[in-house]
Write a protein that binds this ligand. Sequence first.
Ligand code: FAD
Length: 454
Amino acid sequence: MHNILVLGGGFGGVTATRQLEQMLGWRKDVAITLVSRENFFVLTPLLFEACTGILELRHCAQPIRPALRRARFVEATVTSVDADRRVVRAVGPNDGTYELPYDQLIVALGATTNEVLIPGSEAALTFKTMTDALVLRNHLIERLERADAAITAAARRRCLTVVVVGGGLVGVELLGELTAFAGDVLRYYPRIRREELRFHLFEAGPRILPEIDAKLADISLRVLRGRGADIRVSTPVRAIEPERLHLSYESIDAGTIVLVAGIVPSAVAAAFPVEHDRRGRIVVNQAMRSLSHPTIWALGDCAAIPGPDGEPYPALAQHAIREARRLAENVAAVVDERAPAPFVFRSLGTMASLGHAQAVARVFGVRLTGFPAWWVRRTYYLFQMPRWDRRLRIMLDWTVALFFRPDITKVDIATEQVQMRDERASSTRRSGGYIAEQANFAKGDADTRTKARA
Ligand SMILES: Cc1cc2nc3c(=O)[nH]c(=O)nc-3n(C[C@H](O)[C@H](O)[C@H](O)COP(=O)(O)OP(=O)(O)OC[C@H]3O[C@@H](n4cnc5c(N)ncnc54)[C@H](O)[C@@H]3O)c2cc1C
C-alpha cells in the first residue's frame, strides 16, 4: 500500500489532492489523505469582498469534504514530521495526537504574515485568513460606531484613521476595497463627513504593486489617490504600537492598522528536518522534490521552487494551483516507478481589484483597466471555486450587492460572549437575591402563622 499524505488545505494542498484522486483514487494499493487545520479551503482573492460584506463571509470558502471524492480528510494541526520513521504528528480537534504514516509526503502549509520586520507588529491586524477578514470587518464597523459617539475631536480622528502597511497586491487591493466600503456606508453615519475619514498606505519599496507592470501600478495609484487615500512609497514603518504608528519623521494615531507587508513560510514547515533556504522555505528541485529527503515534496508559499532562470516562483495562487497539478503527476509517476518531470510555468498575468467595479489587469500580455479588468478578475476567480453550489452563492451575493449598500451588521463573537456571560452572572445574582428574599418572606409567614395558632 502506498500512503500519500498531503499537508495543508489551501490552493496547493486541495488541488494536489483532487488531481491525485483523479489519477490514483481508483487504485486499491494507494491511500490518499489530506490533513488541514480547518475543514475548509479559502479562495483568498475573494477575502476583500468578504471583509466588506459584498460577499457573505462563508461564501469565499469551500468545505473540503464535499470537494473530495475518494481521499480521506483529517482535520488536525500538523506539529512535526519524523522523516526517519516517515510519520507526521498532528493534533486533532479533540486534542488527540495523531501519528500519520506516509510513503510520499506533500507539504503545502502556506505562509503567515511577516511580523518580524517591524517592531510591535503584533499590535496590528493581519489579513490572511477568514478570521482576519471577520475581525477586520467588525473592527472597522466598531470604529465607525465609536467615531459617531466620540466626545473629543482627537478620539474621533483616531477612530476614522485607517493605515495599511505594505503596498503589494494584498495591501493595494485591501485599500481599494476599504475606501469603496467606507464611501458606501457613510450614509448610515450622518454625523461623519467623508473628508474626516483618512486612509494611508505606507510602502517601504520604491513603488506599489511590484507584482504588476509600472503603468498599471501608476493607474492604481491615481484611482486610490482620487478617493482621498494618502499613499507613500519609500516610506518604511519604523514601529507599531496599539493605535499608533511611527515613521522616520512622523507618528500617526490610527484606530485601524493592518499589516500586510510580506509573508514568511509556515513555522511548522520551516521546522521540518529538510533543507530550507534563508527565508525558511523548503528547498526543492524543479520537480518539487526535497533535495535532502526524496520522499518529501513541497509547493506553494512554503516552498522555494526554482524557475527556468533559477529564481524561485512567486508566492501566488495561480502558481500554487499549477505546481499542485504537476506535483500530483510527479507523485503518481514515482508510485509507478517512472521519473518525475520539472515544473515550468509562465504567469498568465496579474490582476488587482481596486473596489467600486475598478481593477487593473495584465492578462496574456494585454493591459486592462476599469470595469473590464474588474469583470475579468471576478469571472476568473469565480471559476477557481471548486464546486457549483458555492459559485452560485457567490453570484447571488454579487447580484444583490449591485442593488444594495454593503451590510454593516457587526458580529463580534468574543465581545458578545463576554457581555452575555456578565449578563447571565448578574441575573443569577439578582435572582439569587430574589429567591433568598422569597425564602425570608416564607419563613416570616410561617413564623407569624405559628404564633397566631399559639
Ligand atoms: C488576501 C489575499 C489575497 C490574495 N490574492 C491573490 C490573488 O489575487 N492572486 C494570486 O495569485 N494570489 C493571491 N494571494 C496569494 C495566495 O493566496 C497564496 O499564494 C496561496 O494561497 C498559496 O497557496 P498554498 O497552498 O501554498 O497556501 P495556502 O493557500 O495558504 O494554504 C495553506 C493551508 O495550510 C493550512 N495549514 C497551515 N498550517 C497548518 C498546520 N500546522 N496544520 C494543518 N494545516 C495547516 C492552512 O490552514 C491552509 O489551509 C492572496 C493572498 C491573500 C492573503
